[in-house]
Design a protein around this ligand. Structure first.
Ligand code: HPA
Length: 264
């Protein structure tokens, strides 16, 4: 099997056996630079690993330790809009499961829809709306239809960590779309009416698959901009990465605390 070849290749490159994984979204990739005993693998050199070309997405998987806890970080991710192939988006999740990840922190950049949100806010993903019109478990033999997506215990850990660190952590529903064009103002008004607080082009299919594979998931979104029509400013990918850079310090502190708490 293709996946086993990938896992075998990667296992030869590291002695670490992390149980916690983190997918680092746009502009948030630098978190992995703080790792000790770092082992950086370019995904382009890993057999069968799908390619990512989006600016701001590193295309690396990094093994290392933070506060002595082994971690596997995915720096950057493959988006559905790059290839139109959902399997490419899902590959890292299958890989994470196979390599032994039990808890996955999924992060992303999103556009704020909720009027109380500002660029630079971090949002705990309480739930999501999958508006990609895709579903990753369609071809899965064993389907868990009833599972809740985002782990309640991990949500509590994130909330208490934020309080302890005095970091503002918004909470809301993430709506996942395929992109790559940004939304129209009318679409954003519709998303608001159906209960979305933030919009982005990733995460939902990854989360559905991870939960179905028995991985516990925590979702943290960085509001990098206000969604179309919520702000009068024109959207650009540059703004998304720049805001990510500004909040990365808070983000890194919060994630470190969460990881420490998960591990005790
Ligand atoms: N829309 C969709 N995806 C995004 C946005 C947005 O406004 N910001 C960051 N990712």
């Amino acid at each position: 099997m293709k996946l086993l070849e990938t896992v075998k290749f990667v296992e030869q490159k590291t002695s670490l056996k992390p149980k916690i994984g983190i997918i680092l979204g746009s502009g948030l990739g630098t978190f992995a630079e703080n790792f000790s005993q770092k082992n950086i693998l370019n995904t382009s050199e890993i057999p069968n690993y799908p390619k990512s070309n989006v600016e701001g997405h590193g295309g690396k998987i990094i093994f290392g330790k933070i506060k002595n806890i082994p971690i596997l970080a995915f720096q950057g991710r493959v988006h559905y809009y790059e290839s139109g192939i959902l399997e490419n988006v899902l590959f890292p999740i299958y890989f994470a499961k196979e390599i032994g990840i039990k808890t996955l922190i999924i992060t992303n950049a999103s556009g704020g829809i909720n009027n109380f949100f500002s660029p630079g806010d971090l949002m705990l993903i309480n739930d999501h709306i999958n508006l990609t019109f895709l579903n990753p478990i369609q071809n899965l033999e064993k389907k868990n239809f009833q599972k809740k997506s985002y782990d309640e215990n991990l949500k509590k850990i994130a909330e208490t960590s934020a309080i302890k660190l005095k970091i503002k952590l918004q909470k809301g529903t993430y709506i996942g779309v395929t992109g790559p064009s940004y939304e129209t103002a009318s679409e954003i008004q519709m998303f608001k009416k159906i209960g979305a607080d933030a919009v982005g082009m990733s995460t939902v299919n990854e989360v559905i698959l991870a939960v179905n594979l028995g991985i516990k998931v925590l979702g943290i979104s960085c509001i990098t901009n206000l969604a179309t029509g919520i702000s009068s400013k024109k959207l650009s990918h540059k703004e998304v990465t720049e805001t990510g850079n500004k909040v990365k310090h808070q983000f890194e502190k919060l994630i470190t605390k969460i990881i420490e708490t998960i591990n005790v």
